[in-house]
Design a protein around this ligand. Structure first.
Ligand SMILES: Cc1ncc(C[n+]2csc(CCOP(=O)(O)OP(=O)(O)O)c2C)c(N)n1
Length: 660
């Protein structure tokens, strides 16, 4: 084995002693939680680090300490992070598996970062920079890997996937988890493939340098599979392999071989690093606990304030308005990208929302994607992480379940899990709802599945909120967002100029955080309402129809509240608008239980307990699937009649109580 230079040897030994120290600290009970050491694999990131540029983005995984140390040398920040002490690079929030510095990000969900890396590579395409993602071999069981490789191959992205094949995944030998080969899988997607069993950093670097240059030059994705060894346990003390097996591997280890081949130089360096890491561990252990705030760093992308976008009002259909809003957003902000299945002209999305966008702004910014909801959402997050903004279309909202990992575990958690606010300007548009006969898997209103996720905002299109302002607000907030669009609204005429019809008027309240506000719909003339209806945008027409019947036939004055932001629920604002109305009814098209409506009702109960005259009622769709046949389908949803009945019953109960 050739003798390494000082820089490589120092990096190798720093990582080796860092990892051994962690295992010792765990064994001594001085650290809690988990860790995955890279003992035996240190040379991989040491080989790669000098090949990487400042504008590259590196995605790491659960076994990421070596990646981070080789790239940054920041042993102190990482040790403090793992030990939960002051000076922690991510404030102690992320811990061992979740570290972010601006050009390096690790996450603990296997395979998740590959679609995100696709987005980062899209952002870098043509600049000579690359996105590089480390994975283990076991991670190739995850579907996300293939959705990402497909996109990377298709779009010839500057993506490098480094597979550290250590022959095992937790306790499962690779041979029992991987059918076929990684080579065949990579090549199936048109990615260049390189295999190496070289274990000296400089030798491996020399092999990889020309391959990386090809990727930088626009040659498309590269998969590098490295035969390596995991000398330590999977995590801490959970190694079920026979001792002889690990000993045989250790004979391949660079550490023992260097020690034998140039003993004096090696021993001196080894002792120096052992001492240095021990000193650091003692010093960090004596620090006060981490306070949840990351160490400040220069060079993180700062949000750019842009002029507010509003789409000039026209009496038009909702779909035309939304389309104009997307045109306006793309025109105003060149960093915005739109991704989705079949969204490019001449077939501009299943509901024609994206009509004309790709022709006007080009297919690099408005991109039709493969059928890969998870990877589309992940790529959007990767663009957002890189300083672009992304609007992603999920063809039917039912399919957002396929993107839940990216939205919940990656996008939403990334906002805070690195100890600093990481802005992720991403809007995922979801056409939802039924009444079109598409049947159970194309008609659901899945809002409740995503409600209550910290740092995932939920919006819903309404007949009167300006969609340009809504998109602008969601993107500028930096909080990843889902925009639900009830399909039934698309073809309806928008309300404009404060007028709904001959009887009803609307106004939109201002929200303190510049949010989109609540549409307040009531009969012209105002007044204290007898009843208040609270509905998301998709039910606005049915609620107004019910309010009209209640006015004309029951002489009840009904106010309809339509918040454009569903989550976090604008609870204070809704409560203030309910006043002392005898009846308050919330209606939604989702299934009953643990729903948005029950959350709204709970918020009103706790805020208005003493002034409410009765319980807040919640009307939901039936507790089942949405049938395709028109007669059957109609029965499932909340109707204007249901709403009217609920109000009438609540009013009757109120009158009866008043008599008692
Ligand atoms: C989606 C997901 N499933 C399961 C796990 C639990 N887990 C953590 S590491 C690991 C094994 C990963 O094996 P491999 O990709 O070969 O990497 P290695 O641990 O060998 O470095 C598993 C199953 C996880 N973190 N994420």
């Amino acid at each position: 084995m050739p003798e390494p230079d000082d820089r490589d040897l120092d990096a190798l030994l720093l990582i080796r002693h860092f990892e051994q120290t962690l295992l010792r600290l765990f064994a001594e009970g001085r650290i809690s939680g988990t860790t995955h050491t890279c003992l035996g694999q240190e040379y991989v990131p040491v080989a790669l680090a000098p090949l990487l540029r400042d504008d590259d983005f590196v995605f790491s995984n659960h076994r990421g300490h070596g990646h981070y140390l080789a790239l940054t040398g920041d042993a102190e920040g990482l040790l403090a992070e793992v030990m939960g002490r002051a000076g922690a690079v991510c404030g102690g929030v992320g811990g061992s598996q979740h570290v972010y510095t601006g050009r390096f990000l690790s996450t603990g969900v296997q395979g998740e970062s590959l679609p995100v890396a696709v987005g980062a590579a899209l952002h870098r395409q043509g600049t000579g920079a690359v996105a590089l993602a480390f994975t283990g071999d076991g991670t190739w069981g995850e579907g996300a890997v293939y959705e990402a490789l497909n996109m990377a191959g298709l779009w010839e992205l500057p993506l490098v996937v480094v597979v550290e094949n250590n022959g095992i995944a937790q306790s499962t030998p690779t041979a029992r988890a991987l059918s076929g080969t990684i080579r065949a899988r990579a090549e199936a997607f048109g990615a260049a493939y390189h295999h190496s069993a070289v274990t000296d950093a400089a030798g491996l670097r020399a092999e990889l340098a020309p391959l990386l240059a090809l990727v930088r030059g626009g040659g498309g994705p590269l998969v590098v599979e490295l035969d390596t060894v995991r000398l330590g346990p999977h995590s801490k003390g959970d190694d079920t392999r026979p001792a002889g097996e690990v000993e045989a591997m250790a004979r391949r280890d660079w550490y023992g071989r260097y020690a034998a081949e140039f003993p004096e130089r090696f021993r001196a360096a080894d002792e120096r690093w052992a001492k240095e890491v021990r000193r650091l561990a003692d010093e960090v252990a004596a620090r006060p606990p981490a306070d949840g705030r990351a160490v400040p760093q220069a060079g993180l992308p700062a949000p750019v304030a842009r002029p507010r976008i509003a789409v000039p009002e026209r009496p038009e259909r909702v779909v035309e308005h939304l389309n104009r809003a997307l045109h306006a957003v793309l025109e105003a902000d060149p960093s915005v990208h739109v991704l989705g299945e079949d969204i490019a002209d001449p077939y501009p999305g299943a509901f024609a929302v994206t009509r004309g966008l790709s022709e006007r702004f080009g297919t690099e910014r408005v991109r039709s994607t493969p059928i890969s909801e998870g990877a589309i959402a992940g790529a959007g997050a990767g663009l957002a992480l890189s300083g672009s903004k992304a609007v992603v279309e999920i063809m039917f909202g039912d399919f957002v379940t396929l993107a839940v990992d990216q939205l919940v575990n990656f996008a939403a958690k990334s906002v805070t899990m690195y100890g600093r606010r990481v802005p992720l300007p991403l809007v995922v548009r979801c056409p939802v709802g039924g009444r079109r006969g598409y049947g159970p898997t194309h008609s659901q209103s899945p809002q409740k599945l995503l409600a209550g996720v910290p740092d995932l905002a939920l919006y819903e299109l309404t007949p009167c909120h300006d969609a340009g302002e809504l998109l602008f607000h969601a993107l500028e907030s930096g909080t990843p967002s889902v925009l639900f669009e009830d399909k039934i609204l698309y073809t309806t005429r928008r309300w404009t100029g404060g007028t709904v019809d001959d009887v009803f008027r609307y106004r939109i309240t201002a929200e303190p955080d510049g949010g989109p506000g609540i549409a307040v719909v009531e009969p012209a003339g105002g007044g204290e309402p007898d009843a208040v209806l609270i509905v998301p945008g998709g039910l606005a027409h049915r609620a107004v129809e019910a309010a009209r019947e209640l006015l004309l036939e029951d002489e009840l004055w009904v106010r309809v509240l339509v918040p454009a932001r569903l989550w976090p629920v604008p609870g204070e604002e809704l409560a203030a608008l309910c006043g002392g109305a005898p009846a308050v009814v919330v209606a939604e098209d989702g299934t009953p239980g643990a729903s948005w409506g029950t959350e709204v009702a709970h918020g009103l109960h706790t805020r208005l307990w003493r002034s409410l005259r009765g319980p807040v009622d919640v009307l939901c769709a039936a507790d089942g699937v949405i049938p395709a046949a028109p007669g059957l389908e109609e029965d499932v949803f909340v109707s204007a009649g249901d709403i009217r009945r609920a109000v009438a019953e609540r009013m009757a109960a109120d009158r009866q109580e008043a008599r008692i």
